[in-house]
Design a protein around this ligand. Structure first.
Ligand code: FES
Ligand code: FES
Length: 166
């Protein structure tokens, strides 16, 4: 049984869609341990015990707000798969338009929402890059403060030694 049938028919998680059924459209994309896979092409018995499956219902990601902000969906049918693929790409470190276009290439949208998808993804990618830069700057600052503290402590130590108080 394909994972897609299990999710939709047994678990009742119908957010994941059936499109082509042959791995060509991306409508059925879910995450298996954080990796985007086509659920229509993933036999249930090929999955190891204890793997984590995430569907659109359980996805917590800032892309969802970006999708809303850019009014991405039209009919909506492909969108769960688009967001799941996009989330795996962004979490995997995609930050450039080239990386986004390459990574989203296999997700088909018959309504042609591609430009809005890319805008939403770039928004999130740029915010993440800015956050990483800020984190790096703050790490550098604390390292440099640490170095100053070490220098001051060394100076204190040598004053003590020169003073001959011990
Ligand atoms: S339904 Fe799975 S890729 Fe189209
Ligand atoms: S929004 Fe209609 S198929 Fe993508």
């Amino acid at each position: 049984m394909p994972l897609l049938w299990y999710l939709r028919d047994i678990m009742g998680l119908t957010g994941t869609k059936f499109g082509c059924g042959i791995g060509q459209c991306g409508a059925c994309t879910v995450h298996v341990d954080g990796v985007a896979v086509r659920a229509c092409q993933t036999p249930l018995n090929s999955l190891d015990d204890g793997v984590h499956i995430t569907t659109i219902e359980g996805l917590v990601h800032d892309l969802k707000a970006a999708w809303k902000h850019h009014n991405v969906p039209q009919c909506g049918y492909c969108q769960a798969g688009q967001i799941m693929q996009a989330a795996a790409l962004i979490d995997g470190g995609a930050t450039t338009m080239d990386a986004i276009e390459d990574g989203m290439f296999g997700n088909i949208c018959r309504c042609g929402t591609y430009e809005r998808i890319k805008k939403a993804m770039m928004d999130v990618a740029q915010k993440r890059s800015a956050m990483h830069e800020t984190e790096n700057i703050s790490k550098t600052t604390s390292i440099s403060n640490g170095e100053k503290m070490a220098t001051i402590m060394d100076a204190d130590t040598s004053v003590d030694r020169d003073g001959g108080t011990s």
